[in-house]
Design a protein around this ligand. Structure first.
Ligand code: NA7
Length: 317
């Protein structure tokens, strides 16, 4: 099993904004933005926000990940509650629904402040509509405003400011975040009430998950025939099936490069959430169910922390 490393920022070069960001005319909001969760996506987004002149306050469970952000000008706090006290708008981008709820309802969590006084809370983690609704109710009953924001895209797309943002909930929060969204996204959609953005995002993730397993199985078959995977990908690139994502993932599979852009455990979590949504509707999704099993098995083989393209490893058995 190849050892993978997380692309953690050691230092943040404030002059090293991507070409896209440098060309974008961004006037940063004067509000203070809190950020909970400096994982792959969170750290990339915070870097973008700092590079475009936003005032940012950060917290991460593993505090050492905050150091490069402190050096780049972010204010670091010791608990999520402290971040809420110091910010006007608080973003959260953590692993899964349980982590999201822990941060809001847990000890020294967001609701530790008791009264949010109109502050805005933006949930960015990929979660299910029910969890988002529970968080919305918690925030609103403490006098806060809530927006669910689902981000679609890879770490590289986040770095380049090329994410797609799907939002649902309080429109005034959506407006408050305008300069942040302009920094990190190429397209931003307001989809109405809380839950809608989660549904749309999970539907998109279904397409991603099923496509990756199809790609992995096809490449594994080529491998059994000893056909060069590079040749297959070169031909694939000329077909109408090509997509940026599948090409990138195909290249990673061919090289055996599974450094996480999107950890496999998150892909499997998304499929689990999709199936649970479908279950509530009695909607049959047999292909997604098998796709979920394939990702679950790959996790059991020890590839949780690797990129979702590591699903190829299982297909080769
Ligand atoms: P990562 O890189 O796996 O990062 C996960 C982040 O979530 C990281 O900051 C973790 O802190 C944090 N985390 C995980 N569990 C907890 C709990 N229980 N409490 C507090 N913080 C926690 O994920 P990505 O950045 O790629 O993705 C984030 C989301 O966007 C996810 O929902 C994806 O599906 C989409 P740590 O550094 O481990 O202390």
């Amino acid at each position: 099993r190849p050892v993978v490393s997380r692309p953690e920022a050691q230092t943040i070069d404030m002059n090293a904004r991507s070409q896209t960001l440098a060309e974008r005319d961004i006037t940063p909001s004067q509000l203070t933005f809190g950020f909970l969760g400096l994982g792959i996506m969170g750290s990339t987004i915070v870097k973008d926000l700092l590079c475009t002149g936003h005032k940012v306050v950060v917290w991460n469970r593993t505090m050492s990940k905050c150091t490069p952000f402190a050096e780049a000008g972010a204010d670091v706090k010791g608990t999520p509650m402290d971040v809420v006290e110091a910010s006007d708008v608080i973003f959260c981008c953590v692993s899964d629904p349980k982590a999201s709820k822990d941060l809001v309802f847990g000890n020294c969590g967001v609701l530790g402040v008791k009264e949010m006084n109109g502050k805005a809370y933006v949930e960015m983690s990929t979660i299910d509509p029910e969890t988002s609704q529970d968080i919305a109710e918690g925030i609103q009953s403490a006098g806060g405003r809530y927006l669910e924001v689902q981000i679609h895209g890879t770490r590289q797309e986040a770095e380049d400011g090329m994410l797609i943002i799907l939002a649902g909930g309080d429109r005034s929060v959506f407006e408050d975040c305008h300069s942040c969204f302009k920094t990190i996204a190429k397209n931003t959609f307001f989809l109405g009430e809380v839950g809608n953005a989660c549904k749309v995002n999970l539907i998109l993730q279904t397409i991603v998950g099923v496509s990756l397993v199809g790609l992995a199985e096809a490449l594994a078959l080529a491998d059994r025939f000893s056909i060069s995977l590079k040749d297959i990908i070169d031909i694939f690139e000329l077909t109408s099936m090509k997509s940026q994502l599948l090409l990138a993932k195909g290249k990673e599979m061919a090289k055996g490069d599974f450094n996480p852009q999107q950890p496999l455990s998150h892909m499997q979590k998304d499929l689990r959430l999709v199936l649970s949504m479908a279950e509530n509707l009695d909607q049959s999704m047999p292909v997604t169910a098998i796709t979920n099993e394939v990702f679950k098995h790959t996790k059991r083989l020890g590839y949780s922390e690797h990129d979702s393209s590591a699903v190829f490893v299982r297909s080769r058995f």
